[in-house]
Design a protein around this ligand. Structure first.
Ligand code: NAD
Length: 481
């Protein structure tokens, strides 16, 4: 299945190998074979990319919004045309089943298309001033050169969420995707190039994260940094940003509670939960990760949930019928194995899974794992699992479950299942998260804001809010006469 895709750096409108010539290998997580390589940027490469972005900003910022919008619209069209090929690359590098990879590319198409519209809707305000000949006005201006870093779980969508609003607002960007998914991100960047994004507006740098991020964080030219990844790396970047007072957007980790109220059919909720949990093998920042089931439904929910997950087909993401692919890399597999062992040692019971599949000795596969007899003080209920681990616990009252759901410093997504509208509203409003799904695990869509509260970060992507993290508001006070 080797694809042998080779990504270079895209700087100032051209593809270049890294100046020092370094490359990194990218493995298929299902076979552990090299399927691609990417250039390994050194500091000088990143500095060249920043200089190109600074140069391009002087003209791109003045391009009318209607013309910027056309570039985005065309990029969305090209991405849609190329979706099958890009989805295949995504599966090869990240392991997700092909259908999920295609769905990811299509959601990137939708959000680029959405930003093409929003580019033309950057509304300022005009207010009467304090005197008869006085007007107050706000004008929104692009922040400037943006530095972006993204995780590997949705390489195309996460990059589209940064490149599209940057271009829509008149900013330019230097962006680093995770190693896993680099080839599909290179294809995404080609869509923007082929759509007419001028040279220097989008610059792609790949390689060691610390090397790239130090150059970006040190630069006073880069006026904003947007990061999708873990809380510790986000905190490090926030500390580094203080030196040059950069604006920041942080899309960080989550540990999403799921509250299954007494009035719901436990089997229906369990089947929905199995589908939600299995998506990208649980490697999703908004993945459901703490299942609070009403005491009355404990047995029925747990049996149906574990049964549905145990019945899913594990395999290579390109094989027909695969529902669960491998974890993305050896590090993630080791993390999941360790968390499962610790949860067992702390006294939880494995209902299904708990180990690597017996007949698969290559690739980073792990069985979806459901735990019962879970206590709130166990590590699995406090640290983000970011994998196929689902602890199930019970509750008896509304106040109790809300208190427990809100007890962590995470605040990205939360879910509630109930047919009672008043209870749905009360739960949605009580959860301290940036996103709530009521009877659904669909937590992200182009037209609505995506982001967290507390340690899950700040700033919003998508929706009409998504542009404003890339814009500075200027107050203009006009005294006529
Ligand atoms: P991570 O923070 O270790 O890595 C994320 C990305 O940042 C990777 O590409 C990594 O190479 C890069 N990185 C590492 N050190 C860096 C540095 N010093 N400067 C710049 N980039 C650096 O996280 P991970 O464990 O690989 O990814 C999973 C985490 O990402 C989870 O916590 C998950 O919840 C979070 N995530 C959040 C969202 C969201 O939208 N809120 C989306 C996806 C993933």
């Amino acid at each position: 299945m080797a694809e042998n895709y080779h990504t270079d750096l895209y700087i100032d409108g051209a593809w270049h190998p890294a100046m020092a010539g370094g490359r990194i290998d990218i493995l298929d997580p299902a076979t552990e074979e090299v399927v691609a390589t990417a250039a390994q940027a050194e500091r000088a490469d990143v500095e060249a990319a920043i200089a190109a972005a600074q140069q391009a900003f002087q003209t791109w910022r003045k391009v009318p919004a209607w013309d910027r919008s056309k570039v985005l619209r065309k990029a969305a069209m090209l991405l849609e045309e190329r979706a099958d090929r890009i989805a295949r690359l995504l599966t090869l590098e990240c392991g997700k089943p092909l259908g999920q990879a295609r769905a990811e590319v299509i959601s990137a198409v939708e959000l680029i298309d959405w930003y093409a519209d929003e580019a033309r809707r950057i509304f300022g305000q005009t207010l009467p001033g304090r005197g008869a000949d006085n007007r107050f006005m706000t004008i929104y201006e692009p922040v400037g050169v943006v530095g972006a870093f993204t995780a590997w779980n949705f390489p195309v969508v996460l990059q589209a969420r940064k490149i599209a609003p940057a271009l829509a607002t008149g900013c330019t960007i230097v962006t680093r995707p995770a190693e896993e998914g680099t080839s599909s991100v290179a294809e995404l960047v080609k869509c923007f190039i082929d759509a007419g994004a001028p040279k220097g507006t989008v610059n792609l740098v790949t390689g060691t994260p610390e090397v790239i991020s130090e150059a970006i964080m040190d630069s006073d030219v880069v006026r904003k940094v947007t990061f999708t990844g873990s809380i510790p790396v986000g905190q490090h970047l926030m500390r580094r940003a203080a030196d040059t007072v950069k604006r920041m957007s942080m899309e960080l980790g989550g540990h999403a509670p799921v509250i299954i109220h007494e009035d719901v059919d436990p089997v229906t909720a369990a089947l929905a939960s199995a589908a939600g949990k299995s998506r990208n093998n649980g490697q999703v920042c908004v993945s459901p990760t703490r299942f609070y089931v009403h005491k009355k439904h404990e047995q029925a929910f747990t049996d149906a949930f574990a049964g549905a997950l145990a019945g899913m087909k594990i395999g290579h993401g390109l094989e027909a019928g695969t529902e669960i692919g491998p974890l993305v890399n050896r590090k993630r597999l080791a993390f999941v194995e360790e968390m499962v062992e610790q949860t067992k040692a702390e006294g939880a019971r494995v209902v299904t899974g708990g180990k690597r599949p017996a007949d698969m000795n290559q690739g980073y596969f792990f069985e979806p794992t459901v735990f019962s007899d879970v206590r709130d003080d166990m590590r699995v209920m406090n640290d983000e699992p970011f994998g196929p681990i689902a602890p199930v616990t019970t509750f008896e009252s509304f106040d109790e479950v809300i208190g427990r759901a809100n007890s962590l410093s995470y605040g990205l997504a939360g879910y509630v299942f109930t047919g009672n509208q008043k209870l749905a509203q009360a739960t949605a409003e009580a959860l301290r998260t940036g996103i709530v799904g009521v009877n659904t695990f669909a937590a992200a869509t182009a037209e609505m804001p995506f982001g967290g509260v507390n340690h899950s970060g700040f700033g919003r992507e998508n929706g009409s809010q998504g542009l404003y993290d890339y814009l500075d508001a200027k107050f203009v006070n006009i005294a006529y006469g």
